[in-house]
Ligand binder design. Structure first.
Ligand SMILES: Nc1nc2c(ncn2[C@@H]2O[C@H](COP(=O)(O)OP(=O)(O)OP(=O)(O)O)[C@@H](O)[C@H]2O)c(=O)[nH]1
Ligand SMILES: [Mg+2]
Length: 191
């Protein structure tokens, strides 16, 4: 499958996001969980979204136009401990107002690191998605860092605790890519 993906625009001011009616699929999760890397792996372009070993790389809301038909929205990560309070508030407000407007948000991929337990921020977002009835799926990132049995155990626990079957994903091995694409294709055509 070949995907056409181009950087579209970065936004700080949510009011400037185009109301062109194209569907949006957003990527959200803790800082450093692997959002930009996952997005790049999905479209097989290593340098499309900027990635970094240090958390807090993505600071704006980045739009990528996919197949000239819909957008991938790379959101700044939450819970970046080293950020100043002012920065944290600013990012929080930015993401929050994006969620509040969410005109063409067809679905969201919530990323959780397979080696960590969901924290308060993850749970808040999860809870909010469920109450607002927003279409979402969970990707368990960095799946290459766990043995197969530990990974399966994690999948089981997430399913038991939160009632959702997460998709293990690794940008190294490519596992989960097919499943995520299936979810994305179903979700962009849903509304
Ligand atoms: N081993 C492994 N490392 C990964 C994987 N995905 C991401 N990483 C690494 O995790 C780090 C963070 O990745 P990013 O994609 O920049 O994380 P992010 O969630 O976009 O971070 P912010 O933009 O700060 O919110 C980088 O060093 C990546 O190489 C993966 O599947 N496997
Ligand atoms: Mg990023």
């Amino acid at each position: 499958m070949t995907v056409n993906a181009v950087f579209f625009c970065s936004y700080k001011d949510v009011g400037k996001i185009p109301s062109d009616g194209l569907a949006q699929i957003a990527f959200a999760g803790r800082s450093n969980v692997g959002k930009s890397t996952l997005l790049n792996r999905l479209v097989n372009q290593k340098k499309l979204a900027k990635t970094s070993k240090t958390p807090g790389r993505t600071r704006l809301i980045n739009f990528f136009l996919i197949n000239e038909a819909y957008y991938f929205v790379d959101l700044p990560g939450y819970g970046f401990a080293k950020a100043s309070k002012k920065d944290r508030n600013e990012w929080g407000r930015m993401v929050e107002s994006y969620f509040q407007a969410r005109k063409n948000l067809n679905g969201l991929i919530l990323l959780l690191d397979c080696r960590r337990d969901p924290n308060d921020d993850d749970l808040m977002l999860l809870n909010w998605l469920q109450t607002e009835k927003i279409e979402f799926t969970v990707a368990l990132t960095k799946a290459d860092k766990l043995s197969k049995s530990k990974l399966m155990e994690k999948v089981r626990v997430i399913k038991k605790d939160y009632g959702i079957e997460p998709i293990p994903f690794s940008s190294l091995s490519g596992i989960g890519r097919k499943e995520l694409w299936k979810w994305i294709n179903d979700t962009v055509t849903a509304k």
